[in-house]
Design a protein around this ligand. Structure first.
Ligand code: PAD
Ligand code: ZN
Length: 365
């Protein structure tokens, strides 16, 4: 592959902290060794994209936003054998290396050296772009490491499938992988946005007997029922810890999942679990946040306090399996797609997300 051709396409760029995103011409190189060029078909708008725009992740502006995507592989570089042009893939932001100390111990979902494309995408003037989570998929085409492409059944709707690439996988995995929810469990989920609702859907898949949704917004609680919540608590109106205890025979839930990322809701999660129960933090806190917990309670209650990165997923294992369950009608991924929009509508989608009007706005191309 000697004469590689760069591709000029449209992409959504955040140029500096807090300024509105703009659609720009970006230059995407042809894939080099180990890389894949992907025609993006869909990309969900996630809270993390807004974090990037606000400078909350790092200062490496300009960013090419978007990371919850599905598409078709257009070309692959030398040495790529797992995917080929024409494959329908979900992009993942943890392409495991197989060689770090976590991978060598047989725990690749903790991989400490995940892969991204080596070549840079740029603006038309040559300025290098930082792709969000190493993906950058609010664009007609993107360049990723081939390991970031996970092949799934092409019968799936791209808008729904792409959501497994981040928030929905994070929520489902928080329940089934990190939380280890199993049949008969009682589960409480605090915060019922896209991630919390995915945790609810995951708990239902795993056979939880009681699934308690907690939020401050009645509309969110209604949606949560659609994904499998058996009970709902508006924590503006009722003390969520007492409410969860009451709904679980006075005991607390076996697994409590915090899907907001705030100290006060983490403390609620801590106090709403049963003896030997598990707390899973999937919401992402900010650097200033602190918690204070009675150490005797940490000890005395036993169980586990865990956090969940990307739902402790292994894309190659979990994406195809979840897409199969979706195609069998056992996992409602379409329910997370509140609206489909164009590349020009991402800024407005951030506002809708902020106002709590959507679970996911999904850019379709
Ligand atoms: P979202 O903003 O759509 O949902 C948050 C929900 O929490 C909304 O329904 C709110 O009404 C509700 N809420 C807010 N404050 C409270 C409160 N005090 N008590 C109860 N409910 C409240 O966000 P999301 O679902 O897209 O994401 C949730 C978090 O998950 C967020 O922090 C995001 O950054 C994180 C995330 N983590 C990973 C990961 O790998 N760990 C991946 C993707 C997203
Ligand atoms: Zn995300």
């Amino acid at each position: 592959m000697s004469d590689r051709m760069p591709h000029e396409v449209r992409g959504v760029v955040a140029r500096s902290r807090g300024t509105k995103v703009s659609v720009e011409t970006i230059v995407v190189p042809d894939p080099g060794p180990g890389e894949a060029l992907v025609q993006v078909q869909s990309c969900g708008v996630c809270h993390t994209d807004l974090h990037y725009r606000e400078g909350g992740i790092n200062d490496e502006f300009p960013f090419l936003l978007g990371h919850e995507a599905a598409g078709i592989v257009e070309a692959v570089g030398d040495g790529v054998t797992d995917v080929a042009p024409g494959d329908f893939v979900i992009l993942n932001w943890r392409a495991v290396c197989g060689q770090c100390r976590a991978c060598r111990r047989g725990r690749p979902w903790y991989c400490f050296a995940t892969h991204n494309a080596a070549q840079k995408m740029t603006l038309a003037d040559g300025t290098e772009l930082s792709p969000a989570l190493g993906i950058g998929a609010f664009a007609e085409k993107t360049l990723v490491h081939a390991g970031q492409c996970t092949k799934v059944d092409p019968a799936a709707s791209p808008a729904a499938a792409g959501l497994l690439g981040c928030g929905v996988m994070a929520g489902i995995g928080a329940a089934i992988n990190t939380g280890g929810v199993t049949r008969g469990d009682s589960v409480a989920v605090i915060g019922c946005g896209g991630v919390g609702d995915a945790a609810i859907a995951g708990a239902r898949l795993a056979g939880a007997a009681k699934i308690i949704a907690v939020d401050i917004d009645d509309r969110k609680l209604e949606w949560a029922r659609g994904f499998g919540a058996t009970d709902t608590v508006n924590s503006r109106e009722a003390d969520p810890v007492e409410a969860v205890r009451k709904l679980t025979g006075g005991n607390g839930a076996d697994v409590v999942i915090e899907a907001i990322g705030r100290p006060e809701t983490y403390e609620q999660a801590f106090n709403a679990r049963d003896l030997a129960g598990t707390v899973v933090l999937v919401g992402v806190p900010t650097p200033d946040m602190k918690i204070e917990l009675p150490l005797l309670e940490v000890f005395g209650r036993g169980g586990a306090l865990k956090s969940s990165w990307y739902g402790d997923c292994l894309p190659s294992r979990d994406f195809p399996m979840l897409i199969d369950l979706y195609l069998q009608g056992r996992l409602d991924l379409d329910g997370f797609v509140s609206e489909t929009i164009g590349l020009d509508d991402v800024e407005e989608a951030f506002a809708k997300m902020h106002r709590g009007e959507v679970l996911r706005s999904v850019v379709t191309l």
